[in-house]
Design a protein around this ligand. Sequence first.
Ligand SMILES: [Zn+2]
Length: 281
Amino acid sequence: MSAVGLEVVPCPYCGSRTNTVWATELGFTTARCTDCDFLFLNPRPSDADRSTATQMGVHMAADGLDISERYMPSKTQRYIPILREQFGSQFAKSGPISWVDIGAGYGETMDAVSSVAPAGSTVIGVEPMHPKASAARARGLQIYEQPLGPGIPVCDYASLIDVFSHINDFDGFLQNVRLLLKDGGEFFMETGHLDGRVPRDDFPGVLGSPDHVSFATDRHVKGFLERNGFEVLSVRLDPIDGWMFTIKNVIKKAMGRDVRVQRPFASRYRTMFVRARKLAN
Ligand SMILES: [Zn+2]
């Protein structure tokens, strides 16, 4: 990616223009907001440049092609128990529901929702990258190959799995999510739990610069949601650096990738699941 289109930005969470260097990766700086500890790429690629890159269907963080960029049925198996824990009792009492997965990729999360949701439910996905959208369609999934906006049916539930860190303007994004949800509808998201109070070396992987432009804690995500008309229902934090994670990082390290190998469960980094309800206007 060329330097053209890079923009210096204030903190996307609190608007402060005071920040310090927290980490550098592939020539990009992740800044720490001095006022709220939010972590964000600064300067960062503008949305105009990024949408072009996104349409190419390639992971642009070039420490090689991301080996996770393919259809992975194991992801479906991972999300089935998570969704069952989060929504199982609610689904047991409800009739068919409608669910939209935003940034659906190859559709693994959609498959997990379909297997947990009540019979007769509708599960759709939004995926603007053509190779992923067509691969998901080939498996019979209903995919809207477009950015968030008009044309996508309004649903009872919306999910955003591992997408938060790619979003420059999360306030604007949440306003678009509101348009996709019925009043009282639920929003479910997963992202990493990290802010500037945690030293860089405590995060046991690559940051994914410049694709990953933001990192937040539950405090930031709650703030974003509440100021955009959502009520937070629950937050769950899971360690990610168990034995499998450590073994994978040892392999990546052996392949020459820039990862940190630590003993399992040493990191304060967490995976965060947040569930929120859309409040009526
Ligand atoms: Zn800030």
